[in-house]
Design a protein. Sequence first.
Lengths: 109, 114
Amino acid sequence: AQRVTQPEKLLSVFKGAPVELKCNYSYSGSPELFWYVQYSRQRLQLLLRHISRESIKGFTADLNKGETSFHLKKPFAQEEDSAMYYCALSKNRDDKIIFGKGTRLHILP
Amino acid sequence: NAGVTQTPKFRILKIGQSMTLQCTQDMNHNYMYWYRQDPGMGLKLIYYSVGAGITDKGEVPNGYNVSRSTTEDFPLRLELAAPSQTSVYFCASSQLGQGGYGYTFGSGTRLTVV
């Protein structure tokens, strides 16, 4: 069965420092991968998808099939990046999404 | 442009009571989902539906029931509330399975069972 692992429950980073939120997955096929974000008192929202290869709010994520990872990165953290981040996986575009347990990102002033 | 609407936003139930969490979407999405979010546990899928009249169990369906009589609505029913069902419940919808576009989430219902 597929699984998504986010090893860090909490990550504290100083403003202006680089951010990397780790995500590893287990699935033998070619999954579709996502990062979702939940800001305080807001609903979960899609941050980015690996298939679009986009950069959203300065964040990027590269799929590494060899390491089965999909880490989320940003070169310079901003205070408004403080939120809960969930890595998620789907076997294919017709299947449901499995979420990791989430990492709380706290940006220190 | 409402998207996914959940009601109520908050509810306190006594053990053994029942209630229905409402979810409606106006995007004509075929796929709808119910997740529960517990601290440190991420989101667990309770039930999902791939279209009107079709529902299926997710990871944690025990203690819950769903129905999907229309494309727009996907209510979640708790028949005999238990403290273990204290959680934040999220409804979501998607155009295809997730269609490569991911889900649109509702704002959540915070349920406390005492």
